[in-house]
Design a protein around this ligand. Sequence first.
Ligand SMILES: Cc1cc2nc3c(=O)[nH]c(=O)nc-3n(C[C@H](O)[C@H](O)[C@H](O)COP(=O)(O)OP(=O)(O)OC[C@H]3O[C@@H](n4cnc5c(N)ncnc54)[C@H](O)[C@@H]3O)c2cc1C
Length: 401
Amino acid sequence: MSVSSAHQPRIAVVGGGIGGLAAAAFLGRVGLRTTVFEQAPELGEVGAGLVASPNLVRLLRRLGAMGRLLERAVPLDVGWEFRRWEDGRVLSAENLSESCERRYGERTYTTHRADLLSVVQSAVPDGSVRLGMRCLRVEIGDDRAVLTFADGSRVAADVVIGADGVHSSVRSAVIGRSPAAFSGLCAFRALVPAERAPAFALRRAQTLWIGPDHHLVHYPISAGKSVNLVAFAPAGPEAIESWSATATTADFLAEFEGWDPRLRELIRASGTPGRWALLDRPPLERWSRGPVTLLGDAAHPMFPFFAQGAAQSVEDAAVLARCLAADLADPSRALRRYESIRGERTARIQAVSHQRAHINHLADGPEQQARDASLRGSDPLVANGWIYGYDAELAESEASR
Ligand SMILES: Cc1cc2nc3c(=O)[nH]c(=O)nc-3n(C[C@H](O)[C@H](O)[C@H](O)COP(=O)(O)OP(=O)(O)OC[C@H]3O[C@@H](n4cnc5c(N)ncnc54)[C@H](O)[C@@H]3O)c2cc1C
């Protein structure tokens, strides 16, 4: 698919996170020029990790970005290694080194968020990003929209893609103002330099320690130079939704009082942890209006318990680009088609991610015992096949026009 310059619509993407840059990259790949408006003075991501599952990796490969990914991503040998909170007993684990590529054509990797952002950025056409552009308002007409920025400038576009995250201002313009709800959970995150991390945390494994009201996930990132730690706990009264809100190691340790000493040793080895509240939004039935649509967390923020938020934003980008390229005569219709292809899948992942909070946080008792038995009897690599085996571009071409 490629578009002649006579038919180039003016496409504006609001937000230069993983989803917004992926939109520019996939649109560039079908010959559509894009301007990404990012509020920050430079592109960047917070210091934390991500799991890149095969459904994401196959799209990065199509962007020609695999070389860049492999420079620093860690290929996992073991995924979803669930361990019991008090003694670290392994409840189940995926053997990724043997089965993942054979089954899904790609491996699963872990990566620093900033590394993944730069992998996606490497596929964005030069000159597509404008920094320091905070979008305040979107006026939506029948066949164009006008963006107003904090510096007073206004930009008209034939298509606007809101990729501006969980507090999206574009979302407010599309569906009306609806602040995200507080979930009652908070997340701690920390990085541990490899030289300070216990050996078990350096394995190429995504490990989850699950227990009453809490769970903690760790895996190596940055070519094995550090270990990413993210933990979930009841939030308490102070619900600050900010990546930069900090806590103390003592606060972090207090949440895991009585847990396996190896886990506590890992927490002790980390620096000052970040702490922030997890927000919640139910799935939307529609997220496009006229020539304006949403993508990624702006459309369907999800609890991180299936490690799919970034992957879903890149899938959105791949489908959106193909829908637009296939129907340039009527961009609004193309956006509705994009939304209809993506709605069911993203709502399902939002729902299963939501349920996981309850499942991961069961107190010891009959329900926990039933959960542990079912973990022992299942292979997440197979059970999650509907997530990992999905090919977003194939889904677009198979959807009826
Ligand atoms: C603890 C945790 C762990 C996670 N782990 C995983 C994982 O393992 N795997 C995975 O796939 N996903 C994971 N996710 C989810 C993933 O981080 C998000 O889903 C993903 O980053 C969403 O990308 P996005 O581009 O939609 O939004 P964001 O990353 O939020 O980007 C939005 C961008 O828009 C910009 N912006 C905001 N407002 C404006 C404005 N008004 N004007 C201009 N620019 C604006 C912001 O500065 C930012 O650059 C995790 C999330 C959390 C919280």
